[in-house]
Design a protein around this ligand. Structure first.
Ligand code: IMP
Ligand code: MG
Length: 188
């Protein structure tokens, strides 16, 4: 069985252009410099493609949290790497790959607000996966919304840290997951 492609490279390009259009419209008459924060590692391909389509001035930064193990969220969030820009009083855009339970972004939003007091926080996410939402969290700008609960790999999404490098998003087959498990096992 072949992997089911959910979003091809071309579809992703269109989705990201739409997100960039919304951001470009917001900053048409730019008066301040926003800080775009990429949530490592999953948001990296999206973040890199998105910022290249943004035609206004921005600063960028990176934050890293983890909550996933295998194909499900553990619900326990760890901050692994903090930002380095001074974002107090700034307009902050958190760029995330996916909202699933919502726990990660909920944590990040609260953490950033509490520790750094930015003027505003806007959430930009590529995929909004609705079925397993545990907290009332909505993104301000969304690429696509998924109503079915599927475990995605590719374009930043990983299965135990592998699969992030594909330029399309797919649902791995059981056979694919077994092959990866073997590889990961050999890699220990
Ligand atoms: P949440 O805290 O449950 O909203 O999960 C957010 C994080 O879990 C995302 O930043 C992803 O890194 C990861 N995640 C959620 N769904 C998937 C998926 O389908 N594939 C791979 N990673 C996922
Ligand atoms: Mg992520």
């Amino acid at each position: 069985m072949t992997n089911e492609v959910i979003f091809s490279k071309e579809q992703l390009d269109e989705i990201i252009s739409d997100v960039a259009d919304k951001l470009n419209a917001r900053f048409e008459n730019q008066t301040s410099i926003p800080v775009f924060i990429s949530v490592l590692k999953g948001a990296e391909p999206f973040f890199n493609d998105l910022i290249k389509k943004c035609h206004f001035e921005m600063k960028i930064d990176f934050i890293q949290v983890s909550s996933y193990s295998g194909t499900s969220s553990t619900g326990v969030i760890h901050l692994k790497k903090d930002i380095t820009e001074d974002i107090k009083g700034k307009d902050v855009y958190i760029v995330e790959d996916i909202i699933d339970t919502g726990l990660t972004l909920n944590y990040l939003k609260q953490y950033i607000q509490l520790h750094y007091q930015p003027r505003s926080i806007t959430i930009v996410c590529l995929v909004d996966k609705k079925p397993l939402r545990k907290v009332d969290l909505t993104a301000d700008i969304v690429g696509v919304t998924l109503t079915q609960n599927e475990f995605l790999v590719g374009y930043g999404f990983d299965y135990n840290e592998i699969g992030r490098n594909y330029d399309f998003i797919f649902v791995p087959t059981k056979k694919q997951l077994e092959t990866w498990d073997k590889l990961l096992n050999n890699d220990k």
